[in-house]
Design a protein around this ligand. Structure first.
Ligand code: IMP
Length: 200
């Protein structure tokens, strides 16, 4: 279908994971940073809307097919927060300790004193924009619980405070192969890879 794809992200953790998930395809993959494309402001109100904004911006500026991932952690007890604001809760300096403190504080404000065990899920929306303007969305989700204090050194973002359902270790305690066997991003990618197979 195409041989080169731009990943519409400057997030190194995400670009690394996407490169690993796309490795079997033998595609040439470059990041928006390598293509000198700035990230647009994320003004969408859903993961899918933000993925579309990012992928369209990159496809228009490079003339190449672009794939964007918008993802985050949702906590039903906080009405879905941080959700699409997951990156913003860590601030400009990407300090996830302050995002973790904010989660605990906001749960405490709702009388949930022990944040450990609170239900949470990760969501990933992928958007593919083709050079003819065609748009495809693929979504994935994984449910689990929060745990504090944070544990593990792998992964990125909220991985150290998230235990997927059926496990007793966090995403950050798993090696990347294990995380990729179940994550929200891997589930969205399964759908993306199926689409590529069906539209060769
Ligand atoms: P985005 O670049 O606006 O989509 O930001 C997504 C944010 O959600 C990231 O900066 C992380 O904080 C968080 N996030 C998304 N996916 C993951 C994941 O797989 N593990 C941990 N945190 C994630």
């Amino acid at each position: 279908m195409f041989k080169k794809l731009v990943i519409a992200s400057h997030n190194k953790g995400k670009v690394k994971e996407i490169g690993e998930l796309l490795a079997p395809l033998g595609l040439e993959v470059i990041s928006a940073a390598e293509a000198n494309v700035d990230e647009p402001e994320e003004t969408g109100l859903t993961f899918a809307e933000n993925a579309i904004l990012k992928a369209r911006n990159t496809a228009e500026k490079t003339g190449l097919p672009a794939l964007a991932d918008d993802s985050g952690l949702a906590i039903p007890a906080l009405d879905g927060a941080p959700g699409i604001y997951s990156a913003r809760w860590a601030g400009a300096d990407k300090n996830f300790d302050s995002a973790f403190s904010r989660i605990k504080q906001e749960l405490a404000d709702k009388n949930i004193k022990n944040a450990t065990g609170t239900a949470a899920y990760f969501v990933c929306a992928l958007c593919l924009i083709l050079p003819d303007g065609g748009e495809q969305i693929f979504e994935g989700r994984i449910d689990g619980i929060l745990t504090f204090p944070p544990k593990g050194e792998h992964g990125f973002g909220y991985d150290p405070v998230f235990i997927p359902q059926g496990y007793d270790i966090t995403f950050a305690e798993m090696d990347s192969t294990k995380k990729h066997s179940m994550s929200h991003r891997a589930r969205a990618f399964e759908k993306f890879l199926q689409y590529l197979k069906d539209n060769k």
